[in-house]
Design a protein around this ligand. Structure first.
Ligand SMILES: CC(C)=CCC/C(C)=C/CC/C(C)=C/COP(=O)(O)O
Length: 294
């Protein structure tokens, strides 16, 4: 088959094999399955008596093999640096700086998250404050906020109050949906040192990216700061709560730092969506009339 041969010849044999031997299936190694596929294709092309050099030259006609290419290393190897390789291919075969940057970030993330996971277990160095962290966890839980908002909505006797609470409810549901979607798509496992002893979870909550508590903390605190008239100390407290809640996710070992950082960003952006789609008796009269009849 032509396409596997093309993939093989887009990268040097040495780089392809060594990048797979340490951890064949690991995403951290650039998607193990495609590399494995390329390595196997190389073996089969040899077995089929295909000359690798000519295959490589044919490959340079296709843009397909360039994607994710590894450096043309192996100086001195005639296979690794064919003289007739077109200029454009030589550029594309260089290491991707974005790839290197992402892998470095991931390594720092894992290292830092492990260091900060000081309440991950009862026997951890800060294990004694674990109950306090778990209390904080409940303060940012989806159920707490949904039930609290519904309760206030039932008790509210002003149109303005109901409007704000209806939008908070919409924001919380939107957040649950968006986080579940991203968790299901990304499927990043929780840190190895996490104990899965969380209060009420959804099935996607076995995944860690992004942190649902961080998105909620940032969304809700932005919402509160915008729609409630609070004294400065209380406003500071709201921001502090969001920040400490995010930090506690890493300290409990529930998340890596990047899960929480992205969660804060996502929650902040979600608020912009809520603000843009603000529900009011003018643009969603049915909703308000229905609620009024309850
Ligand atoms: C209406 C509805 C679907 C309610 C479900 C509420 C619920 C169980 C939310 C889960 C909240 C949760 C445990 C999120 C995980 O937060 P992470 O910070 O660990 O990602």
């Amino acid at each position: 088959m032509a396409s596997p041969r093309r993939s093989v010849e887009g990268r040097p044999l040495g780089a392809s094999v060594s990048s797979n031997t340490s951890n064949p299936g690991s995403p951290a190694h650039g998607g193990g399955s495609s590399s494995r596929f390329e390595f196997q294709s190389l073996l089969s092309s040899r077995a089929a008596g295909v000359d690798p050099t000519s295959a490589r030259l044919r490959a340079s006609e296709s843009p397909v093999h360039r994607r994710g290419s590894f450096p043309v290393a192996a100086a001195g190897s005639s296979q690794a640096s064919p003289p007739s390789l077109p200029e454009e291919d030589r550029i594309d075969l260089n290491p991707s700086f974005l790839g290197i940057a992402l892998r470095s970030l991931l390594a720092i993330d894992l290292w830092l998250s492990k260091k900060l996971g000081v309440c991950a277990g009862e026997s951890s160095s800060w294990g004694s404050v674990r109950p306090l962290m778990k209390l904080l966890e409940i303060s940012g839980h989806g159920i707490t906020w949904l039930l609290g908002t519904l309760y206030c909505l039932c008790r509210s006797d002003s149109w303005a109050g109901r409007e704000v609470l209806m939008n908070l409810l919409f924001a919380l549901l939107l957040d649950l949906l968006v986080v579940a979607l991203i968790k299901g798509l990304v499927r990043r496992p929780r840190p190895a040192h996490n104990q899965m002893d969380m209060f009420v979870t959804l099935s996607v909550d076995k995944y860690s990216f992004p942190s649902g508590h961080a998105t909620r903390a940032s969304l809700v605190s932005r919402f509160i700061l915008k729609h409630l008239v609070l004294a400065i100390p209380l406003r500071v407290l709201v921001v502090l709560w969001a920040f400490i809640l995010g930090l506690s996710r890493v300290m409990l070992g529930r998340h890596n730092v990047t899960d929480v950082a992205f969660g804060f960003f996502l929650g902040y952006m979600q608020y912009s969506i809520v603000d843009y789609c603000w529900l009011s008796p003018h643009n969603a009269p049915v909703l308000f009339i229905l609620w009024n009849q309850q």
